[in-house]
Design a protein around this ligand. Structure first.
Ligand SMILES: C[S@@+](CC[C@H](N)C(=O)[O-])C[C@H]1O[C@@H](n2cnc3c(N)ncnc32)[C@H](O)[C@@H]1O
Length: 188
């Protein structure tokens, strides 16, 4: 894949569909301090970084665990993809699971995209990270928190955690949704 991507014969892949990417672009527009948990090949990161303010920064978190003697091919694709899009200067990569690198994340964010570990406990962890960082007025976009009508089998633990613990949170208002994505704004 990496070799094919270098030769422009393979496109970076994401499960995030075009309509969800458009929703991310709209919500990230003009924001200055963004965090993405779960970056993979950088498809959503490219959209988010491109929409940020000129001086905006996006911190991308993913383990991208290195193989002996070489970096993870998805990280190579990600960096190349973001370079081709001209947004690398806006991006900082943080290699590690979110709970391992939390101390290196920005203390305050006005945009968070959570798309890492879609288990119940995985979203619980990343919601905690979000609560500690997102400023009032900021938005959080949560992938895989609604079962898409045309994909009833796609029902990870993150859907249950969203419905039980996030949906009615008193410090947030729901402002948008698309396919598997929910978007909430922090109000307090
Ligand atoms: C669905 S992919 C992300 C796709 C990307 N957001 C996009 O739309 O282009 C999920 C990624 O999350 C990463 N991941 C899984 N658990 C994680 C965690 N606890 N912290 C950070 N990243 C994690 C995986 O390595 C994988 O690359």
């Amino acid at each position: 894949m990496n070799v094919l991507h270098a030769a422009h014969l393979y496109r970076a892949y994401s499960q995030t569909i075009a309509a969800e990417l458009e929703c991310l672009r709209k919500q990230a527009s003009g924001r200055k301090a963004a965090l993405e948990i779960g970056t993979h090949m950088g498809v959503s990161a490219g959209v988010i970084a491109g929409a940020l303010a000129e001086d905006g920064k996006l911190v991308c978190v993913d383990p991208w665990e290195s193989l002996p003697g070489k970096e993870h091919p998805c990280f190579s694709i990600c960096r190349r993809e973001l370079g081709r899009q001209g947004v690398l200067a806006k991006i900082e990569f943080l290699k590690g699971f979110s709970h391992e690198v939390e101390n290196d994340m920005p203390q305050q964010c006005d945009f968070v995209f959570v798309d890492g570990d879609h288990s119940y406990s995985g979203l619980e962890t990343d919601w905690g990270i979000t609560l500690r960082r997102l400023v009032p007025g900021g938005v959080v976009c949560l992938h895989d928190t609604t079962v898409p009508p045309n994909q009833p089998h796609r029902n990870p633990g993150s859907v249950a955690y969203f419905n039980e613990a996030i949906k009615q949170h008193s410090s947030f208002e729901w402002i948008d949704g698309c396919h598997s994505l929910n978007v909430l704004r922090r109000i307090a």
